[in-house]
Design a protein around this ligand. Sequence first.
Ligand code: CP
Ligand code: NVA
Length: 305
Amino acid sequence: MKHLLKLLDLSKEDILKILNLADQMKYDLQNGIPHKVLEGKTLAMIFQKASTRTRVSFETGIYQLGGQALFLTHNDLQIGRGEPVEDTARVLSRYVHGVMIRTFGQNEVESLAKWASIPIINGLTDFAHPCQILADLMTIREYLAALEGVKIAYIGDGNNICNSLIVGCLKCDMKVSVATPAGYEPDATVLEFAKQYPNHFTLTTSPEEAATAADVLVTDVWASMGQEDEAAKRMKAFAGFQINDTLLSIANKNAIVQHCLPAHRGEEITAKVFEAHAKEIFDEAENRLHAQKAVMALLMGGAVS
Ligand code: CP
Ligand code: NVA
């Protein structure tokens, strides 16, 4: 594993290696055991979209590992004035030890990786959010003790979170049911991938069908960053694709709820369900830190003691 561009590139073993190290990172942080495996190393973080969790967890994470982060906005870099990605990649490779990028196009991230000689980490594109799903898998394993055979239901937009969730969960032998309105399905490449798992994957337009007997219910905003102009149209299309008490009553009795955040109460999730499941949701947010420390240690640090 040289980069983290999308979960489609990772094997089940790669994912489990990250999750196991993430568990260790979490235990060690809680018990005051340091891991200075990135001493003297720098992560450049390029943001073309807003962020709370990704920015703070990467910046804090590399600091805890002994390194430092540079926060760079797309618009302040020459890349925002048209400097080619291939040049930016080669320049940054001479200064820093890794790049985390949050942008629109997956092609930009792939092309950075093609031209850079250092690891590239996808901090969210319109296509994928691999760091988020690693934290989700870590959280699900914490609550349910295993991943194999666990049924996860995703309700809402077939967006970046949905795409990565399908891939990550299927690779870990989970059962995945996705409910989206017609016209808002996950990416075609992800649906093609899911065909390899005919007994583990279903796509429906019925939230009730997807949620039946689920161990984990997941949702995300109806309008992602960059889709603000279509928000009104989306509010109409997604009505009914909400995690609420009715949907939870169809899921397994002890089902957990995950949300990558930020959440829009009253849209994709009710305030009541959100607060009743706040512990799981904020554990999920916390696990971004541990999962990403594991990713950085593996990609940028080599051996971890
Ligand atoms: N879930 C997530 O990536 O949050 P931010 O947009 O705040 O980074
Ligand atoms: N789907 C959301 C996720 C935010 C973390 C977005 O892309 O805006």
